[in-house]
Design a protein around this ligand. Structure first.
Ligand code: URA
Length: 452
């Protein structure tokens, strides 16, 4: 076998064999296939696509390219929850401890920010001393003892994805459904939970810009997870405006802590509850959605969910006082309000644009390896559907310098779009994708439900 043959076959639109895909990924991981050959292969996949069997083969080859943790052999059931990436998406920070406090252990290996989207590792590293670089033995020990472990993605798991992602990032080959599905699912399968909930973001601030593309990605990933023995479902949720109000690492963590105190913004709280309830029912921890919702509410009002996060933060070397008192989290020296230049109803907020303003302030990276400023970011004061008077504050900028504030102000005013007439707040949860075998469906089909 050789790489040129495989690239040519895909360029011609042929379906690759399991052996060809396994050989290519193994040889690339070992350094016998060059980055430029993988770049050509990714471009061929982007144009010619892959069928379901090829996508599963690619995912499994990538999942097996390094060590596999199989957390479900250590603790079972054990859940994971993954968002495909958005702006202001701090749901994982609240959902993971809430699930653990409800009795469902969570093994969360997670990524750093990517482009305009924030990363859970960066947000958690706002906590002084918190160690996110756990080795597998320590990750499993913390999971066993506390029913929750939070760590940065280990380089030993699915190393083919680390190499491939770096190539895709600089060759305009990120937005291919089989390549994204294999990238995300290979990392999930290498960790090996028993239950997985995927939050597939759709809209202006997401990688998938349309509901059709998001639904296709969700179906493919659910099928891959289920085929590999991981009970998997996906929620399709809107990323047409930032989630909640806070964008930026410590600001988002503080907002997630507000959710755990029962005081969070309605959209984040609703999505968090929806995801927690879905996973509790999937894992058999509750028989019905209302039962699961009641259990989640008890874990919030009793303080058990917040206490669980503080316990795990302390176990991983972090300062748990910052969980109990978020005013101890890093704070930017300058806070300035951006005021509306006109009155009216907020018709749309460019989520990707808002994410890029936060990155420019220092909350994300412009180049791989850039340091993060955990304190800076934005707090939105007006969301889609809100009526705003001229000169009313629409965003609070948390920055290091006045020059940063001025640049952010101009960019933020361009992110807001206005209407004279009232605008309805857009729906947040757009649907669910789950595999439900039905007599009229082939074995690989998935069933979808619109959110009630
Ligand atoms: N997140 C990933 O881990 N991989 C992708 O390809 C896209 C988003």
């Amino acid at each position: 076998m050789n790489a040129v043959e495989i690239i040519r076959a895909k360029r011609l639109g042929q379906v690759l064999t399991t052996d060809q895909i396994a050989w290519l990924i193994r040889s690339y991981t070992d350094g016998d296939v060059a980055d430029y050959q993988m770049a050509a292969f990714c471009m061929a996949v982007l144009w010619r696509d892959m069928d379901a069997r090829e996508t599963v083969d690619l995912t499994l080859a990538m999942a097996r390219s390094g060590s596999e943790l199989r957390v479900r052999d250590a603790v079972s059931p054990v859940a994971d929850k993954h968002s495909t990436g958005g702006v202001g998406d701090k749901v994982t920070l609240a959902a993971a401890p809430l699930l653990a406090a409800c009795g469902l252990p969570v093994a969360k290996m997670t990524g750093r920010g990517l482009g305009h989207t924030g990363g859970t590792v960066d947000k958690l590293e706002s906590i002084s001393g918190l160690r996110m670089g756990l080795d597998p033995a320590e990750f499993l020990a913390i999971l066993r003892q506390h029913a929750l472990a939070l760590a940065a993605q280990s380089a030993d798991l699915a190393p083919a994805d680390g190499k491939l992602y770096a190539v895709r990032d600089v060759t305009a080959t990120v937005d291919s459904v089989p390549l994204i599905a294999a990238s995300i699912m290979s990392k999930k399968l290498a960790v090996g939970p028993s239950h997985l909930l995927l939050d597939v973001k759709v809209g202006s601030g997401a990688f998938m810009k349309t509901l059709g593309a998001g639904r296709r990605l969700a179906r493919v990933m659910v099928a891959i997870g289920e085929d590999a023995g991981v009970r998997t479902q996906a929620v399709l949720s809107s990323m047409d405006q930032p989630l909640g109000y806070a964008v930026g690492n410590a600001l988002e963590l503080a907002e997630a802590l507000a959710v755990l105190r029962g005081e969070g913004p309605a959209d984040i709280a609703a999505l968090c509850e929806h995801e927690v309830v879905t996973l509790l029912v999937m894992a058999g921890m509750a028989r019905t959605h209302p039962q699961a919702a009641a259990r989640a509410r008890r874990a919030l009002t009793s303080g058990a969910a917040l206490a669980k996060l503080a316990e795990v933060v302390a176990a991983q070397g972090g300062d748990a006082r910052q969980i109990e008192d978020p005013s101890r989290l890093p704070r930017a020296p300058i806070r300035r309000e951006v005021r509306a230049e006109r009155g009216g109803y907020v018709a749309a907020i460019d989520a990707e644009g808002v994410g890029m303003v936060a990155v420019q302030l220092g909350a994300g990276r412009l180049r791989k390896g850039d340091a993060i400023d955990h304190a800076v970011g934005l707090v939105l004061k007006a969301k889609v559907g809100d009526r705003v008077a001229k000169n009313q504050p629409i965003v609070e900028v948390h920055a290091r310098t006045e020059t940063d504030v001025r640049a952010a102000r101009d960019a933020l005013l361009r992110c807001y779009h206005w209407s004279e007439a009232p605008v309805a707040a857009p729906p947040l949860i757009l649907g669910m994708v789950a595999r439900r075998p039905r007599r009229d469906m082939p074995a690989h089909a998935t069933a979808e439900a619109a959110h009630p």
